[in-house]
Ligand binder design. Sequence first.
Ligand code: FE
Ligand code: FE
Ligand code: ZN
Length: 280
Amino acid sequence: MLHIGCHLSCSNGYLAMGRQALALGADTFQFFTRNPRGGSVKPFDEADAQALVALMREHGFAPVVAHAPYTLNACAAEESIRDFARRTMREDLERLEHLPGAMLNFHPGSHVKQGAETGVRLIAQLLDEVLTPDVHTPVLLETMAGKGSEVGRSFEELRAIMDTSKCGGRLGVCLDTCHVWDAGYDVVTALDDVLAEFDRVIGLDRLKAIHINDSKNPMGSRKDRHERIGEGTIGLDAFARIVRHPALRGLPFELETPNELEGYAREIALLRTLAEEAGE
Ligand code: FE
Ligand code: FE
Ligand code: ZN
């Protein structure tokens, strides 16, 4: 059974997202922990969070993905920017303790002329500061397209963060199909090889979620422009192989495609059909 959902707006609260997911045919979803541009966040509503947890249990949801704001940069050169990332992640993780069944995904950061090695060190350091023993939420590093000076374009860079952090054993990975393709991993004609490479470098046991997006640009373009499923350079046949792949079975798949809700519902139905055509 394919666990699939999409990115939803959190503006009406947690339970509203769960209901919206059900209406779209989803059994997981993703949401921003706060306004992606601003840092502000509504006061936490414990009853609302508990209502979502109950709905997720009742309907057999796969884990949901809380996405940290894009504006966080855990490896900025300026301490004030790193401090904002640190405080935001701490606050988000505190809230997520009340939402069992959620994972926190974040973009590792951009090293901006400091070099990837320094970037990796700063990210690992910040994770050591926020991943205190009272944090139970799985934290995921997202595979990045490599635009600008993004850290996490290669599986090796993600592995380096895990190896450098004292909490590395607690980290997972969210693989974004658009990002890895834009970063140069051929998920279209060599999916098996890409996943074998992931297993060799990071370990498939660390893979906790998939962002399922087509791409507007060719492999290796390092652009990060998402496209609707089947309308981009990755294409429908490749997505059929992705949703059927045994190594990815059981993971939550989250759509971050340029869509309104009806478009998401159509893509969810389409991908469920493709997954079932595997003959199981
Ligand atoms: Fe992301
Ligand atoms: Fe993504
Ligand atoms: Zn992206």
